[in-house]
Design a protein around this ligand. Structure first.
Ligand code: ADP
Length: 492
């Protein structure tokens, strides 16, 4: 192996379609021609045999009427019938043999077997009174064996059925070669073959045209898809000629829409990030420029401005930290550092302990209600960050002397953390946006409290990474309740 990937030629769909059409048109055509020519030959032979039977009937009647067999040695009596026999034999290009009741040949138009005894099955059967015919397709001949019997005997035999033995005096055997008919059929077939070839060529061209016509929408689809893949995403794919091409068009359009949405959200994110990162820098520049603009600013003013600049730097650092956290979690396979059976009670108690000082600043009461002991498989660092964001928000977006109520409960499958506050609440129409990156209901307030607008996005990401879910219930001016639900057992 030289490592290079081998590219196999891929067959065009046109080939199976063309093959199907050829099977459906040319093969029936050939079969039909074969069947027709066989039928034609059979028909010719059947007609010839019927004619032969008629002639034999007339001849046999004549023979019995003139007592031919009784006077076989009297040439004056038999010459007329003999002439008739020769004429009929010539007419069919065959041979007529007359057999008497001793099975002896008394007349042969070929003059070969006169006086010989005949043992042909059909001749013997014809002595039973019924005419016999036999067709030998392989050797290309047929014969008709016709009984020679007086008229009365024929009628009596017909009336009594086959049981009675009629008085058959002899049998007339006409043997005819069917080679001529076969030759005629071959000649016609030969002529037909030329016609058939022309017809087949015509059908092949028609089949190729039909295949091209059937594939036209597919080719159109391929053309549009190619244009789309070359970057022309504005052009809508629309080939609704077949259900399949319509389904493909719809699927591609939906993919393109999703890609566009992803692209737009990425652009929006980049523009949001630039804007967010620029805000502290602009503040720092304004502060620095004002300081530099003053001739001899007092030392307190220096200190005050430098403090503000330091705060802005902290803010910038926080935005960058939050962004890095988000980017790390947005990766396809973020590292999950799962601790089996971690105590969620302790984890929440720890968070509340850390946040107590800022709650105290606003005289906010922090209540923790742990319904039961909960142990679960979680990434402690990440989950702490997620719950911390929620409790911090409940404190930040609260009023003086407000309340934050944290409840921990579980069932046999999940644990539930409810963070309830009686703060400013979130208007109904904003609720679906608060988990979006950089989304803030009140920009000024968020900025005042040092928010980046990324907290809830990070929280939601972390909960999803734990295969959990978060729900928000809120009423403006009354407060908000965030409920987190996470499975006790982590299945990667
Ligand atoms: P921020 O850094 O601005 O706090 P978050 O992503 O944590 O960003 O929150 C997004 C927005 O949702 C906040 O700016 C705020 O307007 C609103 N919000 C979040 N939690 C609460 C809450 N408990 N009560 C009222 N509004 C809230």
């Amino acid at each position: 192996m030289n490592g290079r990937k081998r590219v196999f030629p891929v067959m065009s769909i046109r080939i199976p379609i063309l093959l199907c059409l050829i099977f459906a048109t040319l093969i029936p055509l050939v079969l039909q021609e074969r069947a027709l020519s066989g039928y034609y030959r059979q028909n010719l032979i059947r007609e010839d045999m019927m004619e032969a039977q008629n002639r034999c009937l007339i001849l046999a009647n004549e023979m019995s009427g003139s007592g031919y067999l009784d006077n076989i040695n009297d040439t004056s009596q038999t010459s007329a019938v003999n002439a008739e026999i020769n004429t009929i034999a010539d007419f069919f290009g065959g041979r007529i043999v007359v057999v008497n009741s001793d099975f002896r040949i008394v007349r042969d138009t070929f003059q070969l077997s006169q006086g010989k005894t005949i043992v042909v099955g059909e001749v013997l059967r014809a002595f039973g009174g019924q005419p016999q015919t036999h067709l030998n397709e392989k050797k290309d001949y047929y014969y008709v064996a016709y009984p020679i019997q007086p008229k009365q005997a024929q009628n009596a035999a017909a009336a009594a059925g086959a049981q009675t033995q009629p008085a058959v005096k002899g049998v007339l055997l006409l043997t005819v070669s069917t080679e001529k008919i076969s030759q005629t059929q071959k000649d016609i077939s030969g002529e037909m073959q030329v016609l058939e070839l022309i017809l087949m060529l015509g059908m092949f061209v028609a089949d190729a045209a039909a295949a091209a016509l059937i594939l036209r929408p597919v080719r159109k689809l391929v053309r549009q898809l190619r244009q789309s893949s070359e970057g022309n995403l504005d052009e809508k794919i629309d080939v609704a000629s077949y259900r399949e091409t319509r389904d493909i068009s719809n699927a591609v359009n939906s993919t393109v829409r999703q890609l566009r949405a992803i692209d737009e959200s990425r652009q929006e994110f980049v523009s949001n990030v630039s804007h967010e990162l620029k805000t502290p820098i602009t503040s720092i520049r304004v502060l620095a420029d004002s300081l530099m603009g003053m001739d001899h600013p007092p030392a307190e003013m220096y200190r005050e401005f430098m403090e503000d600049i330091s705060n802005e730097v902290d803010r910038e650092a926080k935005i960058i930290d939050d962004l890095l956290t988000l980017v790390r979690m947005d990766r396809k396979s973020p590292d999950m550092n799962i601790t089996a059976n971690a105590s969620i009670n302790l984890l929440i108690a720890d968070i509340l302990k850390k946040l107590k000082p800022i709650a105290r600043q606003k005289n906010i009461e922090l209540i923790y209600e742990s319904v039961r002991e909960v142990r679960a498989d979680v990434d402690e660092m990440k989950l702490s960050l997620a719950l911390m964001n929620l409790v911090e928000n409940a404190i930040k977006y609260n009023r003086e002397e407000g309340k934050v109520h944290v409840t921990l409960d579980a069932d046999h499958r999940m644990f539930y953390v409810k963070i309830e506050d009686n703060g400013i609440g979130i208007p109904e129409e904003e609720q679906k946006h608060v988990f979006e990156k950089f989304y803030r209901v009140d920009k000024a307030r968020s900025r005042e409290t040092g928010g980046t607008g990324l907290g809830l996005a990070i929280t939601k990401n972390i909960i999803v990474l734990h295969h959990g879910a978060i729900r928000l219930q809120s009423a403006e001016g009354e407060g908000s309740t965030f409920t987190v639900r996470i499975p006790l057992r982590y299945v990667p």
